[in-house]
Design a protein around this ligand. Structure first.
Ligand code: NDP
Length: 804
C-alpha cells in the first residue's frame, strides 16, 4: 500500500475526551438550586427539571424550575446589590472582572467538556472557540470597566438587567450578556435556556470563587413561561437583553412596550454566503463547512444560503459534496468529530420537518452516503440545490446543518438575492478581488460582513442585526451603550404642556403689527401649507385641513390633515431618495450649512412664528432660532466626524466598524420648541444619510411647515425630508405599523410611546421614544450629540483578513 492509498483509506481512530471530572461534579450536586445573592436556593415551587445529554438522550442532572416568586427574589437581590455595585469604583469592578476571566481560563477544560455534554456541540468547538471567547469577553470588558468614567462621561448604569439567553452557545451568550452589563455597573438576573443550564451553574460557582459581591449576578433556571415571562414583565427590571428567535423577540417587544425598559434583541438570521467566480474554491469549501456545519448549523449567523456565481457553481458543488462525504458526525466528546448532536429531539424534528418541506417544494436534497449514530439526536450535513428563492427553505431559519444553494450571474444580482430575506444578521463574501468584495459589503443589509472568512467573532467587534434580526450590539464600544443611559435622564420630569412658559420667564411680548396693518386692518392672504412629499408641496389626500390656534387661543392658520395614504406616499418618496445615503459626508454637510444659511436670513420671521404658537417672548423665540442654527452647524460638523472605527481583533486583519444609515426614519416631533424640537431630530437623521418622514407637533406645526421653503432652496434632494401634518397619534401609528419604515423616533405622550413600541414589533423597526418625559431641547447635552447620532446609524462590522 503506498502513501497515497493510505491517505485514501486511513480511518480516524477514536480520540475521546475524558468526562470523569465533570461527571463527578454532576454526581456530587445531584440537583442544582437557584443562584440568588451568591447562595444556592431551593425553588419556591420545589420543582426541578432534567437536563439531558443530546448525544444519548440520558439525564445528566436535575436543575431547579423557578417560578415568578423566585424571579421576584432574584430581582430584589439584584436591586439591593445595585446600590453598591453601581457606585463601586471603575478599577474595583475591573479587578472583579479580571478575576472572573482568570477563573474561566483555569476552568476552561472543565467548561468545554460540560458544554459539550449539555449542548451536544463538539469538544473541538467548545475547547477552541466557545470557552476562549468567553474568557476574552471578560478580559475585554474588564478594560471597559476600568475606563468607564473616562470613556463614557455623563452616562450611568441602567439598573437591574434581565438577560435571557438561548441554548446554541450557552456560556458564550452568558458572557456576551453579563460582561458588558456588570462592567457598566449594572446587576443581573440571567435565565439560561431550558436545554442548556449547566455551564451557567458552573459559572455561578466561579462567581463565588472570584468573590463577587452578593446579588451582582443571579442565575435563575426554569421554563420560559415562568422565568422568562416574569423577568420580561417585572416592574423593577430596567432592561431586557434577549437572544433567541425572532418570534419570541417580537413578543418581548410587545410586552415591554411603553414600560420604559431598555431592550436589546439579537434574533434569527438566514445569512448569505456569496461566492464570486474568482474565489479560491478550496478555501470556499472550508468556509462553507465553518459557515453551516459549525455547531450543527444551530447558529443565528450561520451561512445557510450559498449564493454562487453560475459559471463556477457546478465545480464548487462537486467539491462540496466530496467534502461532505468526509465530514464526521458523532460523539461530541470525540476530538475527531466535525458535527455533534442536535440540542434536543424537538429541534431535530423541526429540522426534519423543514427538510421534508423543502423536498415537497421541489428542491433537490443531497446527503452523504454514511449514516448518523442511531442513539441521540443527530442529523447529517445536507445540501439543497434547485432551490427557488421564495421557497420556505430559502426563507425560513432552519437552525440545523442544512445548506440551500442558489446561483447568480452579476454582482448586482448577488446583492439582490442576498438581501431577499427579512433578516440581516451576517453575510460572507468570497472573492480574490478585494475591490469587488469591498464594493459588495456595503450593499448587503447585515450587521456583520465577513470577507473571505466566516463566523469569526471577537469581543472588540460588535455583533448584532439589521432589520428583523434585531437591534442593539454586543461587543465593541457600541455594545456598552446598551447598558447605560445619560445621567441627566434621572431628573427628567413628565412632559409639560407645550404652552407652558419655562420658569422665571414673565415677558410676553406681543407680535408687533406694523402701523400700516393697524391702520388699515388688512385681511390676511390665505397661506395654508400643504404637505411636503417628494420635494413638492402636495394637497392632503383627505382634502381637509386642521385649524392651528395660537397661544392666545385665536386661529393662527391651517395645515393639511394628512392620513394613511399621505404617510404611504411620504414613505415611498423617502425610499426613492435613498441615494442620499451615497452622497459624500462633505456634500451632506454642505447642504446642512446651506439650510442654516437660509434659515438665518429669516430668523425674525421664524422667531415671530414661535412667539405666535407658544406665547413666548421675542428674546426666547430668538434664542430658539439661534440654538436651531447652532444645531444645524453641529450636525453639519458631525457628518464627516461620526465615522466608526477600525478594530484589531486577534487575527491578521482588521474589522471596519462602519456607521451606516438605517434607511427611512419616521420622526414624530415634540410639542415644546416647535422649530428646535423638529430640527434637533431631523438634522442628525439626514446628516447620517437617512431619509425622513416627519410629523410636526400638532399644536405648533407652522415652524415645521415654514421650513418647506428653506428645504426647497437649500439643494436638499427631493424626498430626503418629507413632512406630513395632522393628528399625531394616528399618523404615528401608521408609521409604526408600516413595514417599510426602518426606525421610528417618537417624542409625544407616554401612551403614544407605548403604541409606537407595540406597533413597531411587526417588522422589528428600531424605536426611540421619550415615554412622555420632557427633554430640555435647548440644552446641548440633552438636545444634541452622539445620543442622536447613534440612533441614526447601525454599525456594520466588515471583517477583512489579510496576508497570503
Ligand atoms: P427561543 O427564542 O424560544 O428561546 C430563547 C430563550 O428565550 C430561551 O432562554 C427561552 O427559554 C426563552 N424564551 C422563550 N420564550 C420566551 C418568552 N415568551 N418570554 C421570555 N423568554 C422566553 O428559541 P428556541 O429555543 O425555542 O428555538 C426556536 C428557534 O429559535 C430555533 O429553531 C431557531 O430558529 C431560533 N433561535 C435563534 C437563536 C439565535 O441565536 N438567534 C438562538 C436560539 C434559537 P426556554 O429555553 O426555557 O424555552
Amino acid at each position: 500500500m503506498n502513501v497515497m492509498e493510505l491517505f485514501e483509506t486511513m480511518e480516524y481512530g477514536p480520540a475521546p475526551e475524558a468526562a470523569n471530572t465533570v461527571q463527578t461534579w454532576l454526581k456530587e450536586h445531584e440537583r442544582f438550586g437557584l443562584f440568588i445573592e451568591n447562595q444556592w436556593i431551593e425553588p419556591a415551587s420545589g420543582q426541578y427539571m432534567e437536563s439531558t445529554n443530546p448525544a444519548n438522550g440520558k439525564a445528566l442532572v436535575q436543575v431547579a424550575s423557578a417560578s415568578s416568586a423566585d424571579v421576584d427574589a432574584a430581582v430584589s437581590a439584584a436591586r439591593k446589590a445595585f446600590k453598591t455595585w453601581s457606585k463601586t469604583p471603575d478599577h474595583v469592578r475591573a479587578r472583579y472582572m479580571y478575576a472572573l476571566a482568570r477563573q474561566i481560563q483555569k476552568h476552561a477544560r472543565f467548561l468545554s467538556v460540560l458544554e459539550s455534554l449539555d449542548n451536544g456541540k463538539s469538544i473541538r468547538e467548545t475547547r477552541d472557540i466557545d470557552i476562549p471567547l468567553v474568557a476574552r469577553h471578560f478580559y475585554y470588558h474588564a478594560g471597559w470597566a476600568q475606563l468607564m468614567k473616562r470613556e463614557l462621561p455623563g452616562y450611568e448604569p441602567v439598573g437591574v438587567v434581565g438577560q435571557i439567553i438561548p441554548w446554541n452557545f450557552p456560556l458564550l451568550m452568558l458572557a456576551w450578556k453579563i460582561a458588558p452589563a456588570i462592567a457598566m455597573g449594572n446587576t443581573v438576573v440571567l435565565k439560561p435556556a431550558r436545554y442548556t443550564p449547566l455551564t451557567a451553574l458552573k459559572f455561578a460557582e466561579i462567581v463565588q470563587e472570584a468573590g463577587l459581591p452578593a446579588g451582582v449576578i443571579n442565575i435563575v433556571t426554569g421554563e420560559a413561561s415562568q422565568v422568562g415571562d416574569a423577568l420580561v414583565k417585572h416592574p423593577d427590571v430596567n432592561k431586557i437583553a434577549f437572544t433567541g428567535s425572532t418570534e419570541v423577540g417580537r413578543s418581548i417587544r410587545r410586552s415591554t412596550a411603553g414600560s420604559g425598559k431598555k431592550l436589546s434583541l439579537e434574533l434569527g438570521g438566514k445569512s448569505p454566503f456569496i461566492v464570486f467566480d474568482d474565489a479560491d474554491l478550496d478555501s470556499v469549501v472550508e468556509g462553507v463547512v465553518d459557515a453551516i456545519w459549525f455547531n450543527q448549523g444551530q447558529v443565528c449567523c450561520a451561512g445557510s444560503r450559498l449564493l454562487v456565481q453560475e459559471n463556477v457553481a457546478e465545480r464548487l458543488l462537486n467539491k462540496l459534496r466530496a467534502r461532505m462525504e468526509r465530514l464526521r458526525v458523532g460523539d461530541p466528546l470525540d476530538k475527531g468529530i466535525d458535527i455533534g448532536a442536535i440540542v434536543s429531539p424537538s429541534q431535530l424534528q423541526e429540522i426534519e420537518r423543514l427538510v421534508a418541506q423543502g423536498e415537497a417544494e421541489g428542491a433537490e436534497k443531497w446527503q452523504p452516503s454514511w449514516a448518523c449514530p442511531n442513539e441521540g439526536s443527530f442529523f447529517p450535513p445536507t445540501l439543497f440545490t434547485n432551490v427557488s428563492p421564495a421557497s420556505s427553505i430559502a426563507q425560513v431559519e432552519i437552525f440545523g446543518p442544512v445548506l440551500v444553494a442558489m446561483t447568480f450571474r452579476t454582482p448586482a444580482e448577488a446583492a439582490q438575492l442576498a438581501n431577499n430575506t427579512r433578516y440581516g444578521l451576517a453575510a460572507s463574501i468570497w472573492s480574490d478581488n478585494i475591490n469587488l468584495a469591498l464594493d459588495t459589503a456595503p450593499k448587503i443589509q447585515a450587521g456583520s460582513v465577513w470577507i473571505n472568512c466566516t463566523n469569526v467573532f471577537d469581543a472588540s467587534s460588535g455583533f448584532g442585526g439589521y432589520r428583523e434580526s434585531g437591534y442593539g450590539r454586543e461587543g465593541g464600544k457600541e455594545g456598552l451603550y446598551e447598558y447605560v443611559h445619560p445621567s441627566w435622564e434621572a431628573s427628567q420630569v413628565p412632559e409639560k404642556s407645550p404652552r407652558t412658559r419655562p420658569q422665571g420667564v414673565t415677558e410676553n411680548e406681543e407680535v408687533a403689527n406694523t402701523s400700516e396693518e393697524a391702520e388699515f386692518a388688512l385681511p390676511a392672504i390665505d397661506r395654508t401649507p400643504k404637505l411636503f412629499i417628494g420635494g413638492k408641496q402636495v394637497r392632503p389626500d383627505s382634502g381637509y385641513s386642521l385649524s392651528v390656534k395660537g397661544a392666545d387661543g385665536k386661529p393662527l392658520g391651517e395645515v393639511g390633515e394628512g392620513n394613511r395614504k399621505d404617510i404611504r406616499n411620504a414613505v415611498e418618496a423617502a425610499h426613492a431618495a435613498s441615494k442620499w445615503a451615497n452622497a459624500t459626508p462633505h456634500n451632506r454637510a454642505q447642504i446642512l450649512y446651506y439650510i442654516a444659511e437660509n434659515l438665518a436670513v429669516r430668523e425674525e420671521e421664524f422667531a415671530r412664528r414661535i412667539m405666535q404658537q407658544t406665547g413666548r417672548g421675542r428674546k426666547e423665540a430668538l434664542q430658539e432660532v439661534h440654538t436651531t442654527l447652532s444645531r444645524l452647524f453641529s450636525y453639519a460638523a458631525w457628518t464627516d466626524k461620526f465615522e466608526g472605527v477600525i478594530h484589531r481583533p486577534p487575527m491578521r486583519g482588521v474589522t471596519l466598524a462602519m456607521h451606516e444609515p438605517i434607511g427611512v426614519i419616521g420622526v414624530v416631533a415634540p410639542d415644546e420648541y416647535p422649530l428646535l424640537g423638529f430640527i434637533s431630530l431631523v438634522a442628525p437623521v439626514i446628516a447620517m444619510g437617512n431619509t425622513v418622514v416627519a410629523i410636526p407637533s400638532p399644536t405648533a406645526p407652522l415652524s415645521a411647515t415654514d421650513c418647506y421653503q428653506i428645504f426647497e432652496t437649500s439643494d436638499l434632494p427631493a424626498g430626503v425630508v418629507n413632512i406630513v401634518t395632522g393628528e399625531r397619534e394616528g399618523l404615528a401609528k401608521v408609521l409604526a405599523e408600516h413595514e417599510d419604515v426602518d426606525a421610528l423616533w417618537y417624542f409625544g405622550s407616554a401612551r403614544g410611546a407605548k403604541m409606537v413600541e407595540e406597533g413597531s414589533a411587526s417588522n422589528m423597526k428600531r424605536t426611540w421614544v421619550n415615554y412622555g418625559r420632557q427633554r430640555d431641547w435647548l440644552d446641548p447635552i440633552q438636545g444634541e450629540g452622539e445620543e442622536f447620532l447613534r440612533a441614526s446609524v447601525q454599525v456594520k462590522n466588515i471583517w477583512v483578513p489579510y496576508g497570503e
